[in-house]
Ligand binder design. Structure first.
Ligand code: E4P
Length: 218
């Protein structure tokens, strides 16, 4: 299972990477804009601090424009994967990019039908938007579970990359569903760490040990 970070904030990426669990970074135009960066600037900065793919979304909405951007992103860093929205031009561009071996996948995915088109096109990933599906009155985690089941049944190699994950409850349900990959905001990743009983347990051990100092110095 892959864990990606969903941000363009280089400091948060560096901090999160120290946990040793970050397999790559996903971005989108909102995230890059919020970071106050240009897209190339964001991708090259992220590629400098992360070991793994950097996912960069295309902005064009026509086939030629999408293909041009996805090809061009390859020049920015070693491991850039183009994110292409699940539109008709997006799927047509994906087919073209597959034939050229340009790494690209399908994002802003809201239906199983879109996920099937992505897999049939050998998309490198498909990104269903869990939180936004919930906002729309659907069950985001269940949609991901069904996509994963279909992919596993047919042996599709497209990575199911659950996106728009808002909290650890959703994240844990996705892990239980056996999803290939999850992208998390730094805050949701940070929320994986603490537990009050852990703090209580550690405090108890420290109290028992008292002022005896570090065992390594005995
Ligand atoms: C995925 O790659 C997207 O960047 C992201 O997860 C979208 O999440 P949002 O619904 O919080 O904008």
């Amino acid at each position: 299972m892959k864990l990606y970070l969903d941000t363009a904030d280089r400091d948060r990426i560096t901090e999160a990477a120290r946990l040793g669990v970050v397999d790559g970074v996903t971005t989108n135009p909102s995230i890059v804009t919020a970071a106050g960066l240009g897209y190339r600037e964001a991708v090259t900065a992220i590629a400098d601090v992360v070991d793994g793919p950097v996912f960069a979304q295309v902005l064009a909405d026509d086939v030629e424009g999408i293909v041009r951007e996805a090809r061009g992103y390859q020049e920015w860093a070693d491991d850039v994967v183009a994110k292409i929205p699940a539109t008709r031009p997006g799927f047509e561009a994906l087919a073209r990019l597959r034939d050229e071996d340009v790494p690209a996948g399908t994002t802003v995915v809201f239906s199983i039908e879109q996920a099937v088109l992505a897999a049939k096109n050998d998309a490198s990933f498909v990104a269903p938007y869990v939180g936004r599906l919930d906002d729309a009155g659907e069950d985001g985690v269940d949609t991901v579970r069904r996509i994963q089941h279909i992919y596993d049944t047919y042996g599709f190699e497209t990575e199911v990359l659950a996106a728009s994950v808002r909290n650890t409850t959703q994240a844990v349900s996705l892990y239980e569903a056996g999803v290939d990959a999850v992208t998390l905001s730094p805050d949701v990743l940070d929320d994986h760490v603490p537990h009050p009983k852990t703090d209580e347990g550690v405090a108890g051990f420290e109290a028992a040990w008292g002022d005896r100092g570090s065992p390594i110095d005995e």
